[in-house]
Design a protein. Structure first.
Ligand code: BES
Ligand code: MN
Ligand code: ZN
Length: 495
C-alpha cells in the first residue's frame, strides 16, 4: 500500500473514493464529515432522516457521485458516541473504510486528516489502514489480489512538505508492516513453520534489516545445558532452534539492554499429556510470542530508537513419541533449578525458563516476554485482553500505557508469593504446573522465577493472538498482538 499526503481541496480530489467519519450526535456534519461541501452535508441530512445514516460505530454508508465533488464515491464511517471515542479508534475507522472499500474493488482512496490529528493521528490512521489491508489467505489458489488498496491518500489543508508528517506515515507503515509480518508467521501451518523454518525467516529478516543474528541448534542447546528447552524438544523429529537477534545502535546508552523473549512452540500437541483433538489445530499458533518479538525487531531495525534490544526466541515442537519427556520426569534447567514435570502440556514455561536464563547471560537488564502460555488467561480475560504480569511495576505500567495508546488491551493480574505453594514439588525445586485455579498466575510466576532479580514483565497472549471473527477493521485470524504495544513502548522509552 502506498500512502501519501495530498493537499487538494476536498471537492477537487479526483480519486475513486473518499472516506470520512462522523459521530452519532451529528452524523451529517461532525468528525471529518464537517469538511464536506454543504450540499453534500445536506444530502447526508436526508440520509439521516430516513435512518440510513446514524453514526453508529463502524456503520458504513456509501454515497455515489456526491454532488459538487470530483470523487466517484463518498464513504461515511460511523464513529459512535463522541464521549467514548479514544485516539486509537481513529486507526480502526480508517481500517473499516479500507476493508469496506476494498471489498467493493476500490483500489485508490482518500482519507481526510482532522484538524487536531497531528502526527500521532496520522501515524494511527496509517497503522490502521495497513493492518486492515491484510487477509490470511495465502493458501487459497484463487487469489484475491484484486481486493487490495494500492493508494491511500491522506488529505490535509496544511501546506505541503511537512517532514514530521511524512515521518509519521513512515513510522506507522513500518509498525503495521512488521505486525503483518508477525501475522504471516503465526498463520503458517506447523508443517510450513518448523523451528528450522521459523529460524530461516528470522535470519532472512535480520539480514534484510541489518540486525545481528545467531542461532543455536540441538548441539549448542545441549552443550549450554538448557535442560528445560531440550526436554520439550527431545520428543520431536524436528530439531529445536534458539534464535538471538540483536539491535545495537551506536548512540544508545550501555544500559538498559532490553531482552525480548518469545515462546516459539511451532506445534503444541500437549506431548504425552496430550490435548483433546477438538481444537488442536489451533496449536500451530503457539509460536505467536516468538513471532511477536521478530516483528518488533523488524520494526525497530527500521525506526532506530536509541535503546539496546536483544530478542531471544526458543523454538521447538511439543510432540508425542518414544523419545518424548514424560510426566514425572525431573529436569535441570540452564539456571541450575530442577523442575518436576507434572504435565508435558505445560511446555511453554519450560522453553521460556531457558530463554530467560540465556537472555540474562547475554547481558539483558530488563526482560519482557510474550507467550501463548495458558488457557486460563482466556477464561479470565477472553480473547479481547492480554494478561500482564511482572516483578517491576514501572515496566508493567509502561506496557499497559503503551497498550492503551495502540488499542491493544492489557490488564494486569497479580503475582504474589502466596501462590508459590501451588507449584511446589515434593522432589524438585519447582513443579511445572500449579493446578487449575489461578493457572495464568502460577504459569507467569514460574516464568518469573527464572528472571530472578532482573526486572521482568510477562504478557500471556493465548487469547489475543487470534481473532475468530472478522472485525470491521481487521481480518479474521492472527492479530499480531502485542507487536504494536512493544514497538510504541520502545520508541517512547528511547525518547
Ligand atoms: N499453548 C498452550 C496454551 C494455549 C491454550 C494457548 C489455548 C492458546 C490457546 C499451553 O502450552 C498449555 O497447554 N497450557 C496448559 C497448561 C496446563 C497444562 C497447566 C493449559 O493452559 O491448559
Ligand atoms: Mn501446552
Ligand atoms: Zn503451548
Amino acid at each position: 500500500m502506498k500512502i501519501e499526503l495530498q493537499h487538494e481541496p476536498v471537492e477537487k480530489l479526483s480519486l475513486p473514493a473518499l472516506a470520512v467519519y462522523s459521530f452519532e450526535e451529528d452524523p451529517s456534519s461532525s468528525g471529518t464529515a464537517r469538511r464536506l461541501p454543504s450540499k453534500v452535508q445536506k444530502l447526508l441530512e436526508d440520509l439521516k432522516a430516513c435512518g440510513e445514516l446514524t453514526g453508529k460505530a463502524y456503520e458504513c454508508t456509501l454515497v455515489h457521485q456526491p454532488v459538487g465533488m470530483a470523487v466517484q464515491k463518498l464513504l461515511v464511517v460511523g464513529a459512535g458516541k463522541k464521549e467514548k471515542f479514544k485516539p486509537f479508534h481513529l486507526g480502526r475507522l480508517a481500517g473499516a473504510a479500507v476493508r469496506f472499500l476494498r471489498a467493493r474493488a476500490v483500489h485508490e482512496m482518500a482519507w481526510i486528516v482532522g484538524e487536531k490529528d497531528g502526527t500521532k493521528g496520522i501515524q494511527t490512521v496509517t497503522e490502521g489502514a495497513v493492518l486492515a489491508d491484510y487477509d490470511a489467505d495465502r493458501y487459497r489458489t484463487e487469489q484475491r489480489a484484486d481486493r487490495r488498496v494500492d493508494l491511500f491518500a491522506l488529505v490535509c489543508d496544511k501546506t505541503p512538505g511537512s517532514e514530521a508528517w511524512a515521518a509519521a506515515i513512515a513510522q506507522g507503515q513500518a509498525i503495521a508492516e512488521a505486525t503483518n509480518f508477525t501475522r504471516d508467521l503465526v498463520n503458517e501451518p506447523a508443517n510450513q513453520m518448523t523451528p528450522t523454518l521459523l529460524a530461516r525467516h528470522a535470519r532472512e529478516m535480520a539480514e534484510r534489516t541489518g540486525l545481528g543474528y545467531q542461532e543455536l541448534g540441538t548441539e549448542e542447546i545441549r552443550a549450554l545445558k538448557m535442560g528445560a528447552l531440550w526436554a520439550v524438544a527431545q520428543g520431536s523429529d524436528e530439531p529445536p532452534r534458539l534464535m538471538v537477534l540483536r539491535y545495537t545502535p551506536e548512540e544508545a546508552p550501555e544500559a538498559p539492554v532490553i531482552g525480548l523473549v518469545g515462546k516459539g512452540i511451532t506445534f503444541d500437541s500437549g506431548g504425552i499429556s496430550i490435548k483433546p483433538s477438538q481444537d488442536m489445530h489451533e496449536m500451530k499458533t503457539d509460536m505467536a510470542g516468538g513471532a511477536t518479538m521478530l516483528g518488533v525487531m523488524q520494526a525497530i531495525a527500521q525506526l532506530k530508537p536509541r535503546v539496546r534490544v536483544i530478542a531471544v526466541v526458543p523454538s521447538t515442537e511439543n510432540m508425542v513419541s518414544g523419545k518424548a519427556y514424560r510426566p514425572g520426569d525431573v529436569i535441570t534447567s540452564m539456571s541450575g533449578k530442577t523442575i518436576e514435570v507434572l504435565n508435558t502440556d505445560a511446555e511453554g514455561r519450560l522453553a521460556l525458563a531457558d530463554g530467560l536464563a540465556y537472555a540474562k547471560q547475554l547481558g539483558c537488564t530488563v526482560l519482557i516476554d510474550a507467550a501463548t502460555l495458558t488457557g486460563a488467561v482466556m477464561v479470565a480475560l477472553g480473547n479481547i485482553t492480554t494478561g500482564v504480569f511482572g516483578s517491576d511495576q514501572e515496566w508493567v505500567n509502561r506496557v499497559i500505557s503503551s497498550g492503551i495508546e495502540t488499542g491493544e488491551r492489557m490488564w494486569q493480574l497479580p503475582v504474589d508469593d502466596d501462590y508459590r505453594e501451588l507449584y511446589k514439588s515434593s522432589i524438585a525445586d519447582l513443579a511445572n504446573t500449579g493446578g487449575r485455579y489461578g493457572g495464568a498466575i502460577t504459569a507467569a510466576m514460574f516464568v518469573g522465577d527464572f528472571a530472578g532479580d532482573t526486572p521482568w514483565v510477562h504478557m500471556d497472549i493465548a487469547g489475543t493472538r487470534w481473532s475468530n471473527e472478522e472485525k470491521p477493521y481487521l481480518a479474521k485470524g492472527p492479530t499480531g498482538v502485542p507487536v504494536r504495544t512493544l514497538v510504541h513502548l520502545l520508541m517512547d522509552f528511547a525518547k
